[in-house]
Design a protein around this ligand. Structure first.
Ligand SMILES: Nc1ncnc2c1ncn2[C@@H]1O[C@H](COP(=O)(O)OP(=O)(O)OP(=O)(O)O)[C@@H](O)[C@H]1O
Ligand SMILES: CC(C)(CO)[C@@H](O)C(=O)[O-]
Ligand code: BAL
Length: 282
């Protein structure tokens, strides 16, 4: 595996593959890789001849007061894991490579509507940062396919929308959420949790499962399920940002009798850690 930090070297390596008629898959990450990231890499490996993984803690998707500075940076460890997993190129650029005019002066991509709710409402500007950096990575790598995790469900929808609206010739693939045995979704941010918080954290997944069970039983308006789930999380010591049942397709609020194609999404704080998760109801 080659580790590349500059754009010209990345393009040169990929040009060689293209000349040989090989397809390219991209797995964008912020590093501190865990088994969830490796499952994305495996999917890319299965579907493309060559795989590029990027590790870049993108400043423009973090708001003031968020964890940009303390976000775990473990490049040497990520490099070893990726090499072992059969990644062809690790692209680990500096901020100045991705933002030659500085993050604050960057061209920015805004995906309307979808980004105004849920994560977008609680992290203003977050999805502009995500769409912008993903578009930049797509332009540099020009992959045939790119893999994203369903754990960041709204992010996946935002990227799908961007790709379609900008007519990018890239297949966006969704990978299922990998979990710990107790149900907690793997996330780099889990390591911020104290042992007591870690013991409570699986309540998010348990609450989502219960919501789905009650929904399938019927007789509960989805708004009542949202409220009950939010109350359950608060009793368990969380401060929920949102607990929402939405249409999986466009994240709009379902109509009263809508029973299929729904997803429940949660973002909640536990101490200083903000966790997100979701569960598809079908
Ligand atoms: N548990 C998981 N299962 C599957 N994919 C995941 C999981 N966690 C993250 N991913 C996916 O990996 C990609 C990179 O995510 P990222 O580097 O932000 O990891 P993360 O562990 O989710 O970190 P964070 O704590 O920032 O949310 C994204 O497409 C994300 O959806
Ligand atoms: C897609 C992404 C790598 C863009 O920085 C990030 O939002 C993430 O890790 O999910
Ligand atoms: N996993 C999404 C990246 C973020 O929270 O900024």
């Amino acid at each position: 595996m080659q580790t590349v930090t500059d754009a010209a070297a990345l393009r040169a390596a990929i040009r060689g593959w293209r000349t040989a008629g090989q397809t390219v898959g991209l797995v964008p990450t912020m590093g501190n890789l865990h088994a969830g990231h490796h499952s994305l890499l495996k999917l890319a490996r299965d579907r493309a001849d060559r795989v590029v993984a990027s590790v870049f803690v993108n400043p423009t998707q973090f708001g003031p007061g968020e964890d940009f500075e303390r976000y775990p940076r473990t490049l040497a460890q990520d490099q070893a894991g990726l090499a072992e997993a059969g990644c062809d190129i690790l692209f680990a650029p500096e901020v100045s490579t991705m933002y030659p005019f500085g993050p604050a002066a960057s061209v920015s991509i805004h995906v309307p509507l979808l980004t105004e709710t849920l994560e977008g409402a609680h992290r203003p500007g977050h999805f502009d940062g995500v769409a912008t950096i993903v578009a930049k990575l797509f332009n540099l790598v020009q992959p045939d396919l790119a893999v994203f995790g369903q754990k960041d469900f709204q992010q996946l929808r935002v990227i799908e929308r961007m790709v379609r609206d900008l007519s990018l010739p890239i297949k966006v693939m969704a990978a299922p959420t990998l979990r710990e045995d107790d149900g907690l979704a793997l996330s780099s941010r889990n390591q911020y949790l104290s042992p007591a918080e870690r013991a409570r954290a699986p309540q998010i997944h348990a609450t989502l499962i219960q919501m789905r069970e009650l929904f399938v039983q019927g007789g509960h308006a989805w708004q009542a399920l949202e409220q009950a789930a939010s109350a359950r999380l608060q009793r368990a010591g969380f401060v929920p940002d949102y607990v929402a049942i939405r249409r999986a397709e466009d994240l709009g609020a379902p109509s009263v009798d809508e029973r299929t194609g729904l997803v429940a999404l949660v973002a909640a704080r536990l101490g200083n850690t903000r966790l997100i998760d979701n569960l598809i109801f079908d």
